[in-house]
Design a protein around this ligand. Structure first.
Ligand code: CTP
Length: 396
């Protein structure tokens, strides 16, 4: 995904500087060329050697060297960058940038680049909440800087507050979102559902299914990386929230239906990857049901079919979880639910479907084209589905 991308990672002098090693590592693993640039103060917290060992490239520091190539380097790096990320960004760096002062390394690159700039602040909560810092950040935001808000938690000072560097997944997710701005889904609004809905029997029990949400989350992330504005309506899962995606948590089918109906109002496409529970208990017990009878009968009623009932003019993609006659059953669903495309998968195969990271699917469109894909990662499947969606945009 990040192959051929040049990411300049600026590190400034905060205790959170050590976390930049994790960011550099993740970006490098995903194929990016990571150029690390550090202030002298950052080198007190983490050694440049650590970062050059991770990225396999040189590290530019702001330490004074009489014959340094510094002036040329910041221009060259600024021009080469697809994105500049400063993580952690101290209060002092933020103040300097807001004032247009660039007297040390990462700041010099900010002035020298035309690439988008992401700042991930880290500092004591009092400094972060101070109106001077907030005004500086507002000024930078107005200039187009993307800010990855720090998190609430324990601070190096021992106190608790908002000031901890955002976690690596959030920073890397934001980088991908920013890099995707010119992607083939730029400006498009996608609604994606994920996970298995749950229908309560009593306060502690529900009817559900083993959906992990992985397929839907992979679609949401892939769409974000291609520039889409994504709303992810998700039933409970154990997956981390993807950065750069609007996450709308729901539990029951009715809640999901309500959220979908609202979200599709301005959408270009709806992709229903959620495993929706087809039946719900007729009544939900208010108190926990006791095991004081040898048998218990549950009366179930149908839940609404979200995909079949949703109204509006957008591309509709459904999934068909099948255990037999996969193509024929999926085609029936495509017609019945008036879909543009259906993604059929064989839920009996161990390496596809529920819970696993891979999937083997068949894409069927409304013209009858059937494409059998080999076993691939859910992320690759997500991109193939989105290729189909892009192909249908504006052609319906
Ligand atoms: N779906 C939905 N609402 C439901 C059930 C399913 O929106 N109440 C959506 C799913 O998200 C999926 C598609 O419809 O995109 C097909 O789901 P699937 O469970 O395979 O089919 P069902 O319509 O439930 O039919 P059956 O369970 O009888 O195979």
């Amino acid at each position: 995904m990040l192959t051929d991308k040049t990411i300049v990672l600026g590190i400034t002098g905060s205790i959170a500087a050590y976390k930049a090693a994790d960011i550099a590592s993740q970006l490098t693993k995903e194929g990016a060329r990571v150029e690390v640039v550090m202030t002298e103060a950052a080198t007190w917290f983490i050694a440049p050697l650590t970062l050059s060992s991770i990225t396999g490239r040189g590290v530019v520091t702001d330490m004074f060297e009489p014959d340094s190539q510094r002036t040329i380097e910041h221009v060259a790096l600024g021009e080469a960058a697809d994105v500049v990320v400063i993580a952690p960004a101290t209060a002092s760096l933020i103040a300097k940038l807001a004032a247009g002062i660039a007297d040390e390394m990462p700041a010099l690159i900010v002035l020298a680049t035309k690439a988008p700039i992401i700042l991930a602040p880290a500092m004591h909560a009092n400094m972060y909440e101070n109106s001077i810092t907030q005004e500086n950040l507002a000024k930078l935001k107005a200039r187009g800087f993307v800010i990855v808000e720090p998190e609430y938690g324990r601070l190096a000072s021992g106190g608790v507050g908002r000031g901890r560097l955002a976690d690596t997944d959030k920073i890397v997710g934001t980088i991908k979102q920013v890099l995707g701005r010119r992607g083939d889904l730029a400006g498009k609004k996608l609604v994606v559902t994920a996970g298995g809905t749950q229908e309560p029997i009593d306060p502690v029990r529900h009817i559900g299914n083993p959906s992990s949400g992985k397929m839907g989350y992979a679609i949401a992330e892939a769409a974000r990386d291609r520039g889409a504005e994504v709303k992810l309506i998700t039933a409970p899962t154990s997956l981390p929230q993807p950065a750069g995606v609007e996450v709308i948590p729901v539990k029951t089918t009715l809640e999901m239906q309500k959220a979908v109906t609202k979200a599709v109002a301005k959408a270009d496409a709806l992709i229903m990857a959620a495993a929706v529970t087809d039946y719900q208990p007729k009544t939900t017990a208010k108190e926990k049901i006791k095991k004081d009878t040898p048998e218990l009968k549950l009366e179930l009623v149908r839940t609404p079919d979200i995909l079949a009932e949703v109204k509006g003019d957008f591309i509709r993609v459904g999934f068909a979880a099948e255990s037999n006659d996969i193509v024929a059953n999926a085609k029936k669903k495509l017609e019945k639910k008036k879909l543009d495309m259906i993604v059929a998968n064989d839920i009996t195969a161990a390496d596809s479907g529920f819970g696993v990271d891979t999937n083997k699917v068949i894409l069927i469109d409304k013209k009858g084209k059937v494409e059998k894909l080999p076993l691939m990662s859910k992320r690759e499947v997500a991109d193939r589905i989105l290729d189909g969606v892009v192909g249908m945009m504006g052609k319906r």
